[in-house]
Structure formats: structure tokens, C-alpha cells
Design a protein around this ligand. Structure first.
Ligand SMILES: [Ca+2]
Ligand SMILES: [Ca+2]
Ligand SMILES: [Ca+2]
Length: 199
């Protein structure tokens, strides 16, 4: 049975030559195995030839990048066309927290991927975006020089030197030492005076 008739080299012109399952030019290399097929995409961009292999973009390869230093393709989800190899990374798109960076200027919390499960493992119809975490559970969730207020339970990132009133007599100050010594609390007695360390 003949494959896609090309009448010329199996070089991706037209693209069907690289995905029809046949050695169209009878050189013993088939489809992506032909060097001329390298980085050739199929019609809906769900497949690309890379390093002599056919690479499929689907939910299991979310965010995968392939590049030869000149051409780069990312496996991303497009709400209108589904999974595809794209020459650009959609703004704010993410597959895990690693795809997001920086801190929210309002809440000073870390920017994270808004995937529904903590491990970001479910990527079917992935429309996840990088968003502010909003609340913190420890200092690593906060902008540098901000600390997570776990004392009052507000779970807000507060700037160092913020005074927190809690309980009848205790007043805590957020202090950079908390960044490296989370167990150490600093207390101000009386309020707004010299810092004193509690052990
Ligand atoms: Ca050809
Ligand atoms: Ca061939
Ligand atoms: Ca072929």
C-alpha cells in the first residue's frame, strides 16, 4: 500500500509525508526518522517530529519544551483548539507552580498555579493560570521581608516591624529574624519599645 504520494524527498513538504506511516522516498527512514521532517508539525499541531521521534502534545506532556536552540515549541492548552505545540507560551499559563514567579504586590503572597490539586497533576482541559496565593501558611509563601502571620491566624503576609496585638498582654512584631529562625518570637514590652526576644 502506498502512503502519501510526495514525488520528492520525505522532507515535510507537504507535512503529511512525515505522519502517514510510510517511507515515501524509499530511503529506509520513515516519517520523523527522516532528517527533513525534524520540527515539522502536523495540521492541528498536536504532533511534531523531534530528534527523529514523533512527539505528541496532550495533557500528560503539559508544558514540555523542545528546542534546537533556534526553534522552540511548548506543549500548551488553548481553550479554542485544545492541546498543541506552540511557538510561544501563553501569558500566565501554567502546568505547575514552577511556571509562576514573583509576588503579588497587594497581598505580598507568592504567585502560584491555580490548579485544583496541590500537585498540579490533572491537566485535562488545562486552563490554569498564575495567581496570587492570597493567604500564607509559612514565611516561604511571602515576599522577602514579609512574614506570615500565623500568630493571630490571619494567614496574611505582613511587612517586618508590623505590630500584632494578640491575647491580653502579648504584642508581637514581625521581624526579619523570623525569616531564618521561625521558632523565635519577638515581643515588645511595653508596646512600641525595644524588642526583646523570648525563648
Ligand atoms: Ca516532499
Ligand atoms: Ca524516507
Ligand atoms: Ca512518511
Amino acid at each position: 500500500m502506498w502512503g502519501f504520494p510526495s514525488g520528492s524527498d520525505e522532507d515535510g513538504d507537504p507535512w503529511q509525508e512525515c505522519f502517514d506511516g510510510h517511507d515515501n522516498d524509499c530511503d529506509y527512514d520513515r516519517d520523523c526518522g527522516n532528517s527533513g521532517c525534524e520540527f515539522v508539525l502536523n495540521d492541528d499541531h498536536t504532533k511534531v517530529c523531534f530528534a527523529g521521534e514523533e512527539k505528541v502534545c496532550d495533557s500528560s506532556s503539559c508544558g514540555e519544551m523542545i528546542s534546537n536552540g533556534i526553534i522552540t515549541y511548548y506543549c500548551v492548552f488553548d481553550p479554542s483548539s485544545g492541546w498543541k505545540w506552540s511557538g510561544s507560551w501563553p501569558s500566565g499559563f501554567c502546568c505547575s507552580d514552577d511556571d509562576c514567579s514573583g509576588y503579588d504586590p497587594d497581598t505580598h503572597t507568592k504567585i502560584v498555579c491555580d490548579c485544583p490539586d496541590s500537585g498540579c497533576s490533572k491537566h485535562v482541559n488545562n486552563n490554569y493560570r498564575c495567581v496570587a496565593k492570597g493567604s500564607c501558611s509559612d514565611n516561604s509563601d511571602c515576599d522577602p521581608n514579609y512574614c506570615c502571620d500565623t500568630i493571630t491566624g490571619s494567614k496574611k503576609c505582613k511587612s517586618e516591624d508590623t505590630i500584632i496585638n494578640y491575647g491580653a498582654n502579648l504584642t508581637y512584631a514581625i521581624h526579619p529574624l523570623d525569616l531564618i529562625l521561625p521558632k523565635v518570637k519577638l515581643i515588645i514590652q511595653p508596646r512600641n519599645k525595644k524588642l526583646k526576644q523570648l525563648t
